[in-house]
Write a protein that binds this ligand. Structure first.
Ligand code: ZN
Length: 204
């Protein structure tokens, strides 16, 4: 068959350049062309699958989806969402300054004890993959979580100070001095609260 001078067609799939209309249909069955189609189909399926997973991820923020099995593709994704019904940080009832002094728990330790006395699933503070999470109305993460925790600490610190300032000065002097020490000398912040507690607060 003579080559047409005007016939020219290029395959968008495999890049085959055709100057003879008779060869075009043959090319459609060529190994290179079919392989390319297969690759594109596979790629599309992967993209669809990824989209599907993304949708699920957004819908189920909170659910762990394991082993979504797509015939020959085995993808595992893990979306971590802490318990939405956990206690709020600001609902924690901490002992009074007097109680802390009686038990000889400095404020940060007293607060740690309250947190650790809660069931793991409802504690308002946790770590996951090296990120700090703090629950106040909703779960906050990293810097937002630190901010929330420091705010909580500042409030508690102010309360302890107030309690001390209103304290009866005729109390036993050793006890009174301890109260003063606990109210003023021990820093209460994100670092003192999480000190030595981090590994115990990890949730997978
Ligand atoms: Zn082709």
């Amino acid at each position: 068959m003579p080559q047409s001078k005007t016939y020219y067609r290029k395959c968008e799939m495999c890049g085959y350049e055709c100057r003879d209309s008779g060869n075009w249909s043959r090319h459609n069955k060529s190994k290179k062309h079919l392989q390319r189609i297969q690759e594109l189909e596979d790629k599309n399926r992967m993209l669809e699958l990824e989209n599907e997973l993304l949708k699920l991820k957004l819908q189920n923020a909170g659910t762990t989806i394991n082993n979504i099995d797509n015939s020959n593709t085995n993808i595992q994704i893990n979306v971590f969402t802490p318990n939405p019904n956990a206690n709020n940080l600001n609902d924690i009832i901490i002992p009074t300054l007097k109680e802390m002094a009686e038990r000889e728990d400095i404020p940060s330790v007293a607060i740690q004890k309250v947190i650790m006395a809660m069931e793991e699933g409802v504690r308002p503070i946790l770590y996951h993959k090296n990120s700090l999470y703090v629950k106040q109305d909703e779960w906050k993460q990293d810097q937002e979580a630190e901010k929330e925790l420091n705010k909580f600490c500042n409030n508690k610190y102010a309360l302890l100070n107030e309690e001390f300032l209103n304290m009866d000065m005729n109390l036993d002097s050793v006890f009174y001095d301890r109260c003063m020490e606990y109210a003023m000398m021990y820093p209460l912040d994100k670092d003192t609260i999480t000190h030595k507690l981090k590994t115990k607060l990890i949730q997978q």
